[in-house]
Design a protein around this ligand. Structure first.
Ligand code: AGP
Length: 610
């Protein structure tokens, strides 16, 4: 995944583009570049990151080398085709240097196009799929840049957001979107800002056009026009962004991840707000017919969102007694899933742009299923393509490691399961009311945990020295263990695996040594004794057990080496609270190891490739 920006107006474009790229760094950060339109042609600076210096930091030192210009494009990259090198960084130009383009996505037929262009004399300077766009633009150009882009679009296959410009058209940018997000912000001074995501333009404008798949935009001379790829004009209106740009900033924290961990009480309150009416009934804002006759639920998602889906499945079956399954989105679409019009497919995605989840969503729609998106991003593709949407109101999540998006996804899972359970008469109003009362009280309990970071820092100091760690739990605790292990591995780079605690003795115990931390999640009352036996199994092999447990599991104190006691919480809602100490342990372990916490190596915040 990559982040792209464009600017045309009357102010110096270089600093504005750089500012936008900084906001998009979460989308990819292995290389970056900016190109400006000047009377002498396109002038470009671009580079990969260097050892311990991020690509944008390197780029910052080069911006001053560029001449002043009021039009330009920029890019921050997460490598797919071609290594992260200076040459592979965008923007890419054609041989004459008159055309330049930035691209996010994958051009699937680029090899064929590249070979053809090479046979026609084009010299390629990068290993990327994207470079073909610049060469094709030059080939197709006959006086109209938008028309040239249209002809390029007719040749390329795959997914893309593209912004291009040419020194033959000062002040003009052309852009297109197919399966990859792109927005255009309308600025105050007859200026336009193009970007992959809204935070990149918020400092300058709140009025934003969201491009649909198959749409192009042309901006020039303070005017904007839209069309489809065939050139048929489209009318579009701006949407007003109401959330605050400051919310996307670090607000004094060293890392976004810690800020976002601390924001969880607020995010949970916001997500619940307005969804339970005065009579205690759940109001999801979704028309009643949407759920009627649903006989099965399939939750599709990736990574952390998949872990949230695992908990959703359990609660749907437990409370609503509806058969439910959770599928990894990248697997779902290839297994010819059995879904029909009585299946509710719930696509869970923080970004709403994850390619695998979108592909699963589309597959489900094709099969006639009703599709509900659970997403954090208004205007995202998932939100627009699903039949209905439930937003998590977590606010922008910038750190690659998902935290507040996960806990708010869990809250939505609880609300959805309770709604269906009461709607179908599977759960009485009183039981529902008491669960909702507890849900409302959870933010305060999380605040208690957040005030005890020092305890968790001590545990993290020990974990940070390990080469390998295991997470164990049963039932809902196992689902939380999976998420705890993912958090630890993605930012600390410590090998971490989660096991259903009962599975340890079927192989994994062979790996337990005195140097292996085993993080035991012990919150489920009915499973407590069983998990305690698994803790004993680890202790008998000299493993070190660090437990996260409910206060009534006091017997654990004798078996585990260290216990972090949680506030009192019921079995069903325990995951929303239990994950918080595991997030904090992962965070401090990564800090202790000196890692880039917010931008871990090899990863990107939003994965728009399959
Ligand atoms: C979690 O920390 C990761 N960033 C990752 O697993 C993420 O949850 C996954 O890529 C799905 O993203 P989405 O929620 O935006 O679809």
């Amino acid at each position: 995944m990559c982040g792209i920006v464009g600017y045309t107006g009357s102010r110096p474009a270089g600093p504005l583009l750089f500012d936008g790229l900084q906001k998009l760094e979460y989308r990819g950060y292995d290389s970056a570049g900016i190109a400006l339109l000047t009377p002498e042609g396109v002038q470009t600076v671009k580079n990969a990151g260097q050892k311990d210096v991020m690509a944008l930091e390197v780029l910052a030192g080069k911006i001053s080398l560029l001449p002043e210009s009021v039009t330009g494009i920029g890019h921050t990259r997460w490598a797919t085709h071609g290594r992260p090198t200076d040459a592979n960084a965008h923007p890419h130009s054609d041989g004459s240097g008159e055309f330049a383009a930035v691209h996010n996505g994958i051009i699937e037929n680029y090899m064929v196009l590249r070979e053809r262009l090479q046979s026609e004399g084009c010299v390629f300077r990068s290993e990327t799929d994207s470079e073909v766009i610049a060469h094709l633009l030059a080939r197709h150009y006959s006086g109209d840049l938008a028309e040239a882009l249209r002809l390029v679009l007719a040749e390329i296959e795959g997914s893309f957001a593209i912004v291009a410009m040419s020194s033959r058209h000062p002040g003009q940018l052309v852009a297109a979107r197919q399966n990859v997000p792109l927005i255009v912000g309308a600025g105050a001074e007859n200026e336009f800002f193009i970007a992959s995501d809204i935070p990149a333009v918020l400092k300058e404008t709140r009025d934003v056009y969201v491009l649909e798949d198959g749409e192009m935009a042309v901006v020039a001379g303070g005017k904007i026009s839209f069309s489809d790829f065939a050139g048929t004009p489209r009318a579009k209106t701006t949407m007003r962004v109401t959330w605050d740009a400051v919310a996307a900033e670090k607000a004094g924290y060293e890392h976004f991840m810690l800020k976002e961990i601390d924001e969880q009480p607020r995010a949970l309150r916001d997500t619940l707000y307005g969804r339970v009416d005065k009579s205690g009934a759940i109001n999801l804002g979704i028309r009643a017919e949407f759920f009627s006759g649903v006989s099965r639920v399939v939750l599709v998602a990736c990574g952390t969102a998949y872990h949230a889906g695992l908990i959703g499945r359990e609660l749907l079956e437990r409370w609503a007694r509806i058969p439910a399954e959770t599928a990894i989105a990248s697997e779902f679409r290839y297994r010819r899933p059995l879904v029909d019009e009585r299946t509710l497919v719930v696509a869970v995605s923080q970004s709403g742009e994850t390619a695998d989840t979108l592909a699963a969503l589309r597959e489900a729609r094709k099969s006639g299923a009703r599709v509900l998106a659970v997403t954090n991003v208004v205007g995202s593709t998932a939100a627009r393509e699903a039949d209905e949407v439930l937003f998590t109101w977590a606010g922008p999540e910038i750190a690659v490691a998902s935290t507040k998006a996960y806990t708010t996804q869990l809250e939505i899972m609880v609300l959805l399961a309770l709604f269906l359970a009461t709607d179908r008469g599977r759960l009485g109003r009183e039981d529902c009311a008491s669960i909702l009362a507890e849900l409302k009280a959870l933010p305060a309990k999380i605040e208690e945990i957040l005030a005890r970071k020092a305890e968790l820092q001590r545990i993290a100091a020990y974990v940070s020295k390990a080469d390998s760690a295991f997470f164990i739990g049963r039932g809902l605790d196992w689902a939380v263990a999976l998420e705890g292990a993912l958090k630890l591995k993605e930012i600390s780079y410590i090998h971490a695996e989660a096991y259903a605690a009962g599975e340890l003795k079927h192989g994994t115990l062979a790996l337990i040594t005195a140097d292996t931390p085993v993080l035991a999640v012990v919150t489920q009352k009915a499973l407590y004794e069983k998990t305690l036996s698994n803790v004993e199994e680890v202790k008998a092999r000299e493993g070190r057990v660090l437990a996260i447990a409910r206060p009534d599991n006091k017997g654990l104190a004798a078996s585990a080496d260290e216990v972090f006691w949680l506030p009192e919480v019921s079995d069903a809602l325990a995951p929303i609270v239990t994950i918080v100490p595991l997030q904090i342990i992962a965070y401090y372990a990564a800090v202790q190891r000196g890692n880039h916490v917010d931008k871990p190596r090899n990863l990107a915040k939003t994965v728009t490739t399959e």
